[in-house]
Design a protein around this ligand. Structure first.
Ligand SMILES: [Ca+2]
Length: 495
């Protein structure tokens, strides 16, 4: 059951400078707005009357409100350091950004946290709008601002994201602004939680939607998305998968995917020849492109951002959609997690996908873990994880990131690391004891060429029979670096 969230009252605002779309736009069915587009642009209303709902509604797919919580936050502002600015990575955002109230989303689960509805913000098909707000947030890659659409077919309502902009961390208030063209169904905008990092908040204020009048072209209903959480190593071509989904009602033709604004010195290739071009993508279908991205050796930007765009033809018109793209660049060479495969002696199967499967140690998400069987008698120590490296590599280290939450069970103490060319004959290259440390612990050894690495856990820090890990990494360089192909050029003359 959606919960409609209130936002600021009009008394919070300097008169005539800000408003919400809920106040400015006529309700659906209220008759045509006879003002000119310019008049509508100039119109300045007030926020909702006290006690009336604002434009937001609960998104509904974050699995309820526990432990996450999205509230209108009242009159409580962190006005002293480090909350007003600085580099504190914890709960460093203000609860209230402007006036006396803001909308705060605290430690939400992943999913759509809140969104507008046609009743609260009635976007009119074919009109161009500017959507803007101010915000603060504290952790990379956790929140995205989404433009979406609802469509009814065969008695069912489907809802989907058309664009997603990942909101960069901002401990000082930052601004977001984007122009959209409404269409593709009933347009809405909202906030989506992407990552599973704990203790991340997003505080939003000054939400404003401005009607810019009728657009020259119709809405582009396809979407293109970039992955979140991808790690890339300096000097190593790493796989980076983008996805184009056609939400149009007809084929998208002559589709070309490209990057804009990649940092200087980066090399870009596609794994398959012309893997970024698609002659035709049917409605509802998704076409993926595997890129090979190589940050330059010595790069210092650990979290670069750029744009991924998709250009396509539909009903005689050329349309372009885009979204933000990001990656994390590691300090030294690391084998791409996506090129490896993990197997283990034991995997717990009773707690869902986020706790148990060994594939969780390679997914780039610190919130998902490998955990051995909960039944101690079925799975005693020692435990092991074998990483098939995806080809021979010259390696000199192994990284273990312990579980970040959920108790002490499974934090490994004694370990051995062994390597192999064939997965059968093993050579031990390191042994020791891990510490109770929430960061990645690196085990170093003499450089060796291998195709497999096996991490054997000998016992747990708390003496229990379980082993667990959030992420595992192998430090080094593949012997054969993938080369790929230059990205294909979209034939501009074709429709
Ligand atoms: Ca994980």
């Amino acid at each position: 059951m959606p919960v409609v969230l209130p936002t600021d009252r009009p008394t919070d605002r300097p008169t005539g400078t800000r408003t919400t779309a809920a106040a400015r736009c006529p309700p659906r069915g209220a008759g045509p707005d006879r003002r000119s587009a310019v008049d509508r642009r100039r119109a300045r209303g007030r926020g909702p009357a006290p006690g009336r709902p604002g434009p937001g509604a609960r998104g509904g797919d974050t699995g309820g409100t526990e432990p996450g919580r999205t509230d209108r936050h009242r009159e409580w502002k962190n006005t002293y350091p480090p909350y007003v600015s600085g580099t504190l990575k914890g709960r460093a955002v203000d609860d209230v950004l402007a006036g006396r109230h803001s909308l705060k989303s605290h430690a939400e689960n992943t999913g759509l946290v809140h969104r507008t509805t046609p009743a609260t913000v009635p976007f009119e098909e074919g009109h161009r709008y500017r959507v803007s707000f101010s915000y603060q947030t504290n952790v990379e890659g956790q929140w995205a601002w989404v433009t979406g659409a609802d469509r009814v077919a065969d008695g069912k309502t489907s809802s989907r994201d058309i664009t997603r902009d990942v909101l960069a961390p901002a401990l000082d208030t930052a601004s977001y602004s984007r122009e959209i063209v409404a269409g593709c169904g009933d347009t809405w905008v909202g906030l989506r939680k992407l990552g599973s990092a704990r203790g991340t908040d997003l505080v939003l204020d000054d939400f404003t939607v401005t009607d810019l009048g009728e657009a020259d072209t119709g809405a582009a209903c396809a979407s293109v998305t970039a992955p979140s959480g991808t790690e890339l190593s300096p000097g190593v071509p790493g796989e980076y998968v983008t996805a184009f989904t056609n939400h149009e009602s007809a084929d998208a033709e002559n589709v070309g995917i490209a990057f804009q604004g990649l940092p200087e010195g980066w090399k870009v290739a596609v794994k398959e020849k012309d893997g970024n071009l698609f002659e035709r993508v049917p409605p509802g279908a998704t076409a993926r492109t595997t890129w090979l991205l190589t940050p330059p050796a010595g790069t210092t930007d650990a979290s670069p951002a750029w744009q991924v765009t998709a250009t396509y033809a539909r009903a005689g018109a050329t349309r372009t959609v885009s979204s933000d793209a990001r990656a994390t660049v590691t300090e030294g060479p690391v084998l791409p997690p996506g090129s490896m495969t993990a197997t283990a002696d034991s995997e717990n199967g009773s707690s869902g996908a986020a706790e148990g499967p060994v594939s969780n140690v390679l997914d780039g998400d610190a919130g998902t873990i490998w955990h051995t069987d909960y039944t101690a008698s079925r799975a005693p120590y020692p435990h092991w994880v074998t990483l098939e490296l995806g080809g021979a590599a010259d390696i000199d280290g192994f990284g273990y990131l312990g579980r970040q939450s959920g108790g002490q069970n499974g934090r490994v103490a004694g370990y051995e690391v062994a390597v192999s060319d064939d997965g059968e004959d093993w050579t031990t290259v390191a042994r020791g004891t891990l510490e109770d440390d929430p960061r990645t612990q690196r085990v170093s050894f003499d450089r060796v060429r291998a195709s497999y690495l096996r991490f054997t856990a000998l016992d747990a820090l708390n003496g229990q029979p379980y082993a667990a890990a959030a992420e595992m990494r192998v430090y080094g360089l593949p012997v054969d670096l993938p080369t790929g192909y230059p990205p294909g050029e979209r034939p501009a003359g074709l429709r």
